[in-house]
Design a protein around this ligand. Structure first.
Ligand code: ATP
Ligand code: SKM
Ligand code: MG
Length: 168
């Protein structure tokens, strides 16, 4: 069983992925962390030094590598991963895709604190950040909504989170 968590930056993919892997007793990976380990530098530095296009190519390659080498895993994807190279179709073929459709206000309050770790958010003040989140999440919706499972509730505990994924 492969579970792919997708959704906007700050949606909670890394937060939930780690807990889910532990609870289900299967390996957990974070795609951004795999890319960082492989490159030996942060996502920020990759964007700065190699550019976004290079990052997206590595993102796809590492998505495929970790998928092909694990029949069972939880993979927390980066916010843009499903939106490039038909990656969402690939993930749908290979496992269960789960979209964390976290409300804009929750995203905003989380991302205000963490702008510096996300290259696409650097330098945005609070108002510009809100506008960016609204626009970019609307643009990306066509990819996110192709997930097999959609989670709208941002106030769940782990057991209820798992029940939603397995339709219990
Ligand atoms: N359900 C939650 N309850 C409390 N805090 C949360 C929850 N989900 C996420 N957070 C916190 O919000 C912040 C952003 O979450 P996280 O890093 O998991 O986002 P992400 O979806 O992985 O984003 P990215 O696409 O940028 O990797 C983190 O500080 C995390 O601890
Ligand atoms: O939403 C995005 O495009 C991104 C999200 C992060 O997880 C990282 O993958 C990177 O900062 C880009
Ligand atoms: Mg993350």
């Amino acid at each position: 069983m492969r579970i792919y968590l997708i959704g906007f930056m700050g949606a909670g993919k890394t937060y939930w992925g780690r807990q889910l892997g532990q609870k289900l007793g299967i390996p957990f990976f974070d795609l951004d962390e795999l890319i960082e380990d492989d490159a030996g530098k942060s996502v920020n530095s990759i964007f700065e030094e190699e550019g976004e296009e290079y990052f997206r190519t590595r993102e796809k390659e590492i998505l495929y590598m970790v998928t092909e080498s694990h029949d069972s895993m939880v993979l927390s994807c980066g916010g843009g991963a499903p939106c490039f190279f038909n990656n969402i179709d690939y993930m749908n073929q290979k496992g269960i895709t789960v979209w964390l459709n976290t409300p804009i206000d929750t995203l905003l309050s989380r991302l205000k604190e963490e702008k510096h770790t996300r290259p696409l958010l650097k330098g945005l003040d609070d108002e510009a950040l809100r506008a960016y989140i609204i626009k970019k999440s609307a643009d990306r919706r066509i990819y996110y909504e192709r997930a097999k499972i959609k989670i709208d509730d941002d106030n769940l505990d782990l057991d209820n989170f798992i029940k939603l994924i397995f339709n219990e």
